[in-house]
Design a protein around this ligand. Structure first.
Ligand SMILES: Cc1cc2nc3c(=O)[nH]c(=O)nc-3n(C[C@H](O)[C@H](O)[C@H](O)COP(=O)(O)O)c2cc1C
Length: 245
């Protein structure tokens, strides 16, 4: 394993930052890394909004449920899945928007945005900075869009808080290799047999230094998926012009 990959295996989300802003050079490097990512059909269907205004950052932070580490961090970016540019091109060329507003194009823009963000995350970690994705901006997706003045054919996917770590959690044990990796076909029983991971994850949650819990990965996933979260997202996407067809 080379040093680059070793570093990836030490990834943890950081939720406790020193109050140190990132230098312009560091921020530039992060943005360049994000903008260098692969892109489906090279559509580059994302935008990145850096939140430099303190009041705006606080308003966004209060929506996220992750306020302390959105307010007190080096910098905070919002990643926007973005087909607005292409919508303008189509309109200027008197073309229909059906090929831009369907589910496939929405997936393309969400994938492009995620890949760019992960490039930034890896770049940050390569500089010993800490990151945490903030899906919590979707707690009030309409308010976030209003605050950021987002146009149609865009969707605020998540934030990324980046800064100098003050403390870090232990690395979370991932699903076992046999639960996720296969050759040539999908082994239904093997992938869904979580007994061994149940023990590993229980041990992790009960012994970690902060936020100890008597739970397992399976239990927390049942609790997570038995609830319908953010049911307004589909309606919001339609308001943004996506047909979801
Ligand atoms: C798209 C996405 C959204 C996330 N949103 C939040 C969030 O709003 N707040 C938070 O504290 N962590 C958030 N996380 C971090 C995950 O909780 C974290 O990655 C996961 O628990 C695994 O832990 P690790 O990153 O430390 O390995 C998010 C992660 C991803 C990929």
């Amino acid at each position: 394993m080379n040093d680059y990959i070793k570093k990836m295996t030490t990834h943890v989300s950081v939720r406790d930052f020193k109050d140190i802003p990132l230098s312009p050079e560091t921020r530039k490097a992060l943005l360049t890394a994000a903008r260098s990512a692969s892109s489906s059909h090279f559509v580059q269907a994302f935008s990145i909004i850096e939140i430099t205004d303190k009041t705006l950052r606080e308003e966004l932070a209060d929506i996220t449920g992750s306020a302390p580490y959105v307010k007190n961090t080096g910098t905070f970016y919002v990643f926007v899945a973005d087909l607005y540019r292409q919508s303008r091109l189509l309109i200027e060329n008197n073309k229909k928007l059906d090929g831009l507003t369907n589910m496939e194009s929405l997936i393309v823009s969400i994938v492009d945005t995620s890949i760019a963000a992960q490039n930034m995350a890896l770049a940050a970690e390569s500089m010993d900075l800490g990151i945490c994705y903030i899906g919590g901006i979707r707690n009030d997706v309409r308010k976030v869009s209003e605050l950021l003045k987002l146009p149609k054919y865009t969707f605020p996917l998540f934030g990324l808080t980046v800064g100098v770590p003050a403390s870090k959690n232990k690395v979370k044990p991932r699903l076992l290799e046999k639960n996720q990796i296969s050759e040539n076909y999908y082994p239904h029983e093997q992938f869904a047999d979580l007994k061994e991971y149940e023990k590993v994850s229980k041990e992790y949650y009960s012994s970690r230094e902060s936020n100890q819990k008597q739970t397992s990965w399976s239990e927390s996933n049942v609790a997570f998926f038995e609830e319908i979260r953010r049911p307004e997202i589909a309606a919001f996407l339609k308001e943004q012009g996506f047909q979801l067809n």
